[in-house]
Design a protein around this ligand. Structure first.
Ligand code: GLY
Length: 381
């Protein structure tokens, strides 16, 4: 039943991405403009701070989309486009200062994907380089990976964020590849800290937790991209469900699977009847801000979780994911040639000046989820 749905959506993805991939082959896009055209984040800024250019944290997703299509179609042209952004991202290592913990998001769906799918030696070296940079952000007293270098004038030396549950995939891969357990040990210490300090008893998840960088003690949580302190940023719930499943898959540690379930149950109880996902599960009713991107990440996490459990439990996660995906396909997707992006109505953060835009990582996670429904492709994380 889900198969037939996936087949027809995959057809629409193939059709859209054939022209869209070629049109944007030399770009690293993030979002579309008012005319539906993708921007390009491939300029390396002269500034050393976190910027909107080549260091931008989502810059791995365009390449990742191309690898998903390569796996689906076997067409070499998609590998070629993926490598344009992968090779461009190598320049981030030279500038160094603009890099952050999102080297996982940047290099896992590009360099690691390339190496896994084609054995490209250059990609292996790039990915190991990125993994070593990520290890360098580990705080051994607090047992967490530091997120960003700076946020305005705030001291972020002790800040960790739930999104990093995805970045640590790079560390699991590096241990599997080199047989050096140190990467995995650090990943697990971070995951254990996230389990203890980010996940609340009801299964909701904090976006940012601040630790004292000298003593490692928890200081407080921040609302981050969600509505406020103690709220429940939906995309963060998605990073947690999916991220803890990834940690479980790489380690077999049962508590990670249990934590993924706990957060999944919280999400399933809070996803509105309409299937349209808000920016924050605890935001006010008005304005009715939504985030299709968070919806895509949660759906991907639920589908991956479903693969780890038997029988009726499996079906409950798949059913919840399908509800989200069908809503996206029917009412939040643009299948026309008027817009480069597929998924519409995505929001970066609750308090951003603008909402309801497109984001390449929404398209990435939507496509990945549809392929998961069909059982196609390897897990890139
Ligand atoms: N990782 C940042 C975000 O999800 O917007």
């Amino acid at each position: 039943m889900y198969d037939a749905w996936a087949d027809q959506v995959i057809e629409k993805i193939r059709k859209k991405m054939r022209w869209c991939g070629e049109k944007n082959r030399d770009r690293i896009p993030y979002t579309t403009d008012a005319n539906g055209n993708y921007d390009d984040r491939s300029e390396l800024s002269a500034e050393w701070s976190l910027d909107n250019g080549l260091n931008w944290w989502t810059n791995g997703f365009w390449g990742g989309m191309m690898w998903l299509l390569y796996q689906d179609t076997g067409e070499e042209s998609y590998a070629e486009i993926a490598r344009i952004s992968e090779y461009r991202l190598e320049a981030c290592f030279d500038s160094y200062y603009g890099l952050h913990h999102d080297v996982g998001f940047m290099f896992q769906p590009t360099a690691v994907a390339d190496y896994r799918l084609t054995g490209n030696e250059r990609s292996r070296k790039t990915a190991l380089h990125a993994a070593n940079l990520l290890v360098g952000r580990f705080n051994p007293v607090g047992r967490f990976i530091r997120a960003w270098n700076e946020v305005g004038d705030q001291d972020t030396r002790g800040w960790a964020i739930i999104d990093c549950m995805f970045n640590i995939s790079l560390l699991y891969w590096a241990s599997e590849e080199t047989k050096d357990p140190c990467f995995k040990q650090i990943a697990m210490m971070h995951a254990d800290t996230a389990m203890a300090h980010f996940v609340c008893p009801d299964g909701s998840v904090n976006h940012i937790v601040e630790f004292d960088p000298e003593t490692g003690e928890r200081v407080k949580s921040h609302g981050g991209q969600g509505y406020g302190e103690g709220s429940s940023w939906t995309r963060g719930q998605g990073w947690a469900v999916y991220g803890f499943v990834i940690s479980y898959l790489h380690t077999g540690k049962q508590e990670y699977l249990d934590t993924a379930k706990k957060v999944a149950h919280y999400c399933m109880a809070n996803i509105p009847e309409s299937g349209v996902v808000p920016i924050d599960f605890r935001q006010p009713v008005e304005p009715p801000y939504e985030d299709s991107c968070g919806a895509c990440v949660i759906a991907g996490g639920l589908l991956e979780l479903a693969r780890c459990v038997p029988g009726p439990e499996q079906e409950s996660y798949r059913r919840a994911a399908m509800k989200i995906l069908k809503t996206l396909d029917e009412s939040r997707a643009d299948w026309s040639e008027c817009c480069d992006a597929i998924v519409q109505e995505c929001s970066g953060a609750y308090h951003d000046a603008s909402h309801h835009m497109t984001m390449t990582y929404a398209d990435y996670f939507f496509m990945e989820a549809v392929y998961k429904v069909k059982g196609k492709g390897i897990l890139l994380w």
